[in-house]
Ligand binder design. Structure first.
Ligand SMILES: Cc1cc2nc3c(=O)[nH]c(=O)nc-3n(C[C@H](O)[C@H](O)[C@H](O)COP(=O)(O)OP(=O)(O)OC[C@H]3O[C@@H](n4cnc5c(N)ncnc54)[C@H](O)[C@@H]3O)c2cc1C
Ligand code: SF4
Length: 342
């Protein structure tokens, strides 16, 4: 049986107490949401915090406040709650992303804050301690070399959060609270393009909430590629959001997940002012998918994942213009179970 290394455990009742402990303990402390990512990582010695600060007893982190034009989601709410919430359906990309994380058990425990900070992934890193020791570890933890790109000075582990690309497509913000300070930043600014230092959040900061803006006129969706539909992390995802006036696009965002160490925002400005017709969708899908440059450190062959990137952008935009999912072919049929959520 794999056991966690020793740690000190705090379970405070208020945000003030949480950030006080984070300020005192510094980088040796980690926040603990549902623990569905951190605890297995601790057992494999990928992450070895000396102090855990649990957020589950902090009531205000479990609040959801929303009306037709905005939402404020406490970072401690579970993914299952987001997936099941009728009032969050106008922010469809987020609901769909949350509904596709892992398994029902994990969604019942895993939190929104934990999902945004989930560790980056790589075939050479997501292994037992003994496996990693047998290859003399790697740069991300305990070693000196990157086995994916041995000459590289940086780690290329892959951002694998489902909710972050969806929230970036929705132009959401996070509320970061530390002792005596609160800052509100776009979700896109939470991430660095680095597999080790993948978060721009400071160690003394708690993600307290996620803010969503007015969804009026917007349509959004989230498409996810993974080997086992009922279980796996994304190996490619596309979050897309468009705002329509009549049949013309006035704003649009497309964000890739799981193709780099952070979510990647595509330039889809060519859609603005146009109808979502086949020609403009294919043009944008072609240029956007060039940004998806997955490395050979997760599941499936990278050449195939690149091809799927284009198909997913195209399929997601066609879904947003109103095409029936069944008509969008095999890739879309995999998403069809999600129609119950829309
Ligand atoms: C079998 C399996 C399959 C999985 N599949 C997926 C998947 O498909 N998609 C996916 O996205 N994830 C997946 N996960 C990862 C994980 O379960 C989810 O991302 C989950 O939402 C993490 O939330 P948590 O509350 O359990 O995070 P935790 O494990 O508690 O924490 C994760 C990280 O977030 C930090 N953290 C937690 N709360 C906060 C906060 N409020 N502010 C700042 N930092 C915080 C922690 O310190 C830690 O670094 C999977 C995990 C397993 C075991
Ligand atoms: S990308 Fe390289 S350094 Fe990063 S986890 Fe993989 S092998 Fe390790």
């Amino acid at each position: 049986m794999m056991r966690c290394p020793e740690f000190r455990y705090f379970a405070p009742d208020t945000v003030e107490e949480v950030v006080k402990i984070l300020a005192e303990e510094g980088p040796r402390a980690s926040l603990l949401g549902g623990g569905t990512d951190l605890v297995p990582n601790m057992k494999r010695r990928q992450q070895t915090p000396a102090v855990l600060v649990a957020t589950r007893r902090v009531k205000e982190l479990h609040n959801v406040e929303n009306d037709a034009t905005s939402a404020r989601l406490g970072s401690g709410i579970t993914l299952a709650r987001i997936a099941a919430s009728p009032t969050l359906r106008p922010w469809s990309a987020l609901v769909r992303a949350a509904a596709q994380v892992a398994t029902p058990h994990i969604r019942n425990t895993g939190t929104l804050g934990g999902n945004l900070c989930v560790d980056t992934r790589c075939n050479y890193y997501d292994q037992s301690y003994e496996w990693r020791k047998a290859i003399d570890f790697c740069m991300k933890k305990d070693g000196g070399v990157c086995w994916v790109a041995p000459g590289s000075p940086r780690c290329w582990a892959v951002s694998s959060t489902d909710c972050a690309p969806a929230l970036i497509a929705l132009d959401a913000q996070v509320e970061l609270v530390s002792k005596g300070q609160t800052r509100i930043v776009p979700v896109a600014q939470l991430y660095n393009d680095d597999g080790i230092e993948y978060l721009a959040r400071r160690p003394d900061e708690l993600i307290a909430s996620v803010r969503l803006g007015d969804p009026t006129g917007w349509r959004s969706t989230y498409w996810k590629l993974r080997r086992r539909e009922a279980f796996d992390f994304p190996v490619l995802s596309v979050a897309a959001a468009v705002k329509l006036e009549g049949d013309r696009v006035v704003e649009a965002r497309v964000v890739f997940g799981a193709v780099a160490s952070r979510p990647v925002v595509a330039d889809v400005s060519a859609l603005i002012g146009n109808r979502l017709d086949d020609a403009s969708i294919e043009r944008v899908a072609d240029s956007a998918s060039k940004l998806a440059k997955p490395l050979d450190n997760t599941d499936f062959t990278l050449g195939w994942r690149k091809r799927v990137a284009k198909a997913y952008v195209s399929g997601a935009l066609k879904e947003l213009r109103g095409d029936d999912l069944e008509t969008l072919g095999l890739l879309a049929r995999r998403q069809s179970m999600l129609r119950v959520l829309s």
